[in-house]
Ligand binder design. Structure first.
Ligand code: HEM
Length: 127
């Protein structure tokens, strides 16, 4: 009986997520709203955390929870000022990254749908 492939497998596993996250952080590091949120300019560690999280979310290895615990993304973002401008800046960097990766449009749509709604959910400041 054929196994049902996870999204993680359908996009090609870890190299895909490494590419996505590296394209995303290349944009974040020069974004006027987002870059100052990383005071140590420690994009490498942040990129690793986001990559582990996304791999786990999409059915890959559970390394994120093994090393960081339960995701609790709203709580983990509580110390950052996320208003609609920060959300839009994040989404714009991520849109660029999603547009830049080499997967089918159908897979891009599925990925984007999740990222978009997750970003909306993480806004913690009123306009
Ligand atoms: C809405 C706009 C967002 C902003 C402004 C934002 C900003 C940040 C910042 C400044 C960090 C700290 C970097 C670090 O040291 O890890 C962070 C961490 C993180 N973000 Fe976001 N983020 C946003 C949305 C998202 C979304 C939509 C996701 C998931 C789909 C996400 C997933 C994560 C993860 C997994 C971490 C690492 C958490 C940890 O283990 O400590 N973020 N974010």
């Amino acid at each position: 009986m054929a196994e049902i492939e996870t999204f993680y497998e359908r996009v090609g596993g870890s190299p895909f997520f490494a590419d996505l996250v590296s394209q995303f952080y290349a944009r974040v590091s020069i974004d006027l709203i987002l870059a100052p949120m990383y005071p140590d300019k420690d994009f490498k560690q942040a990129a690793q955390r986001l990559q582990m999280f996304l791999e786990q979310y999409w059915g890959g290895p559970g390394t994120y929870s093994e090393t960081r615990g339960h995701p609790r993304l709203r709580m983990r973002h509580g110390s950052f000022h996320i208003d609609s401008s920060a959300r839009d800046a994040w989404l714009s960097c991520m849109r660029g990254a999603v547009d830049g990766v080499d997967i089918s449009q159908e897979l891009k749509d599925e990925l984007w749908k999740y990222l978009y709604s997750a970003a909306i959910h993480l806004v913690n400041q009123p306009d």
